[in-house]
Design a protein around this ligand. Structure first.
Ligand code: DI6
Ligand code: FE
Length: 410
């Protein structure tokens, strides 16, 4: 038996490990040891090595508190300038999201505000949103570009995303979303914009180490299959994984396209068809569900949960935090919405913001409590996993650890 020292031993924990066949991978009266930023031991107290307490530099008794992996928000657009509360108002006065987009509002209005903001201003505006997610337990966060739509502004967004990770001490994965909307200056020149994205923006930003994955908005008000394919081909040539906004407002069969490219995930999926489900299942594409957008748009078409279950497709849940369709600043709230609106079980929803969200980011070193995993974890003020989905609001986080160290959530 190895006797290497542990930095921290947590005892009297209710562990939701998301490993094994038990619901939630639950271990009541569990213990977890952290060493060098990783999980060194996890299991039931009765199985702890006899010298466990002596081995640990610090021992803490949690009195039955729930411990989960650090939460993972695998789909956000949280770096942007301004906000769109006025469109919220317009929608409440009868305008549709598509009508607002066609009239020059929507994504394009956030593009104007984002282009006008300096890097420091963008950081100052975006950091509180990331801080809110962290305060609710998020330790790994995906952030997309897509409100710059020209090289310099896209670069600024991605740099701000990286700076958010450094400032808060959490992991940030960046996604290039050049094909988010057609910039106004390219209105009659779609091809030229797609060429710019593929031939200049993506290669330049990838060379600067600012891009971990590539996404596109495949939609009637977004980009076609062929345009998406062009950017996916470039991503592939650069060795970058792809994912897709698919089947959010209509069924363009984007899910089959992203599956064809061995993509990480297809996201939104309210209009996903049986064909799409089968294509995703064949490739193990993760289904990322975004109930915040469903809620804010008052969508009524539900994603086909029964079909996804039937095919054993991994389902992840994310906030989609963005100024237009999902100004949502709590991943735990997204999980609760997935239960109430989409009828996911609390276990499915919690797997969706831990283990399956890690899969959606292609990160297999987190999202579960298991030996060797990153010591990213949350100690909660509750003792039952379902409570994380059940309580609406409230400050349920007691402590957050990232790579074994406490993170400040103030
Ligand atoms: N789908 C969405 O829900 C967001 N982007 C996208 O492609 C909306 C972004 C916005 O309205 O600003
Ligand atoms: Fe989105």
């Amino acid at each position: 038996m190895s006797t290497s020292p542990w930095d921290h031993l947590l005892l009297e924990a209710t562990l939701a490990t998301f490993v094994g066949d038990e619901p939630y991978g639950l271990i009541a009266d569990g213990a977890i040891a952290l060493s060098n930023g990783h999980i060194a031991w996890v299991g039931h107290r009765s199985e702890l090595p006899p010298d466990a307490v002596d081995r640990a530099a610090k021992v803490e008794r949690l009195g039955g508190a729930l411990v989960t992996p650090g939460l993972i928000d695998c789909h956000t657009h949280l770096v942007f300038g301004g906000h769109r509360a006025h469109e919220f108002d317009l929608r409440l006065n009868g305008a549709s999201y598509e009508a607002i987009a066609h009239a020059g509002g929507g994504i394009v209005s956030t593009v104007k505000a984002t282009r006008a903001a300096s890097e420091d201003e963008l950081l100052a505006q975006s950091l509180p949103r990331a801080r809110a997610l962290l305060a609710d337990g998020v330790t790994t966060l995906e952030i997309k570009s897509g409100y710059g739509l020209e090289l310099e502004s896209e670069r600024r967004m991605l740099r701000v995303a990286r700076r958010i990770g450094e400032t808060l001490g959490i992991t940030v994965r960046t996604t290039f979303l050049g094909l988010h909307a057609l910039p106004p200056e390219y209105k009659e020149r779609r091809d030229a914009y797609v060429a710019l994205v593929c031939e200049q923006m993506l290669p330049a930003l990838a060379a600067e180490g600012l891009v971990d994955a590539v996404d596109a908005f495949c939609e009637n008000i977004g980009f076609t299959h062929e345009e998406t394919r062009r950017v996916f081909d470039c991503a592939k040539a650069l060795g970058l994984p792809v994912k897709l906004h698919a089947e959010q407002l209509s069924d363009l069969d984007g899910s089959a396209l992203v599956a064809e490219y061995d993509g990480l995930s297809a996201d939104h999926l309210e209009y996903l068809s049986d064909t799409g489900i089968r294509a995703m299942a064949a490739k193990g594409t993760v289904a990322v569900l975004l109930p915040g957008a469903f809620y804010a748009l008052r969508e009524t078409k539900l994603p086909p949960i029964a079909g996804l279950r039937e095919h054993g497709t991994a389902m992840a849940i994310a906030t989609d935090c963005n100024p237009g369709t999902s100004p949502l600043l709590s991943l735990r709230m997204a999980a609760g919405m997935a239960c109430t609106l989409f009828r996911l079980t609390p276990e499915e929803a919690l797997r969706g913001i831990t283990v399956n969200a890690a899969r959606a980011l292609g990160m297999h070193d987190r999202g579960t409590l298991a030996i060797g995993q990153h010591a990213d974890l949350v100690v909660w003020r509750v003792g039952t996993p379902a409570e994380l989905c059940y309580w609406i609001g409230g400050e349920l986080v007691r402590a957050v650890y990232r790579a074994g160290r406490p993170v400040s959530i103030d």
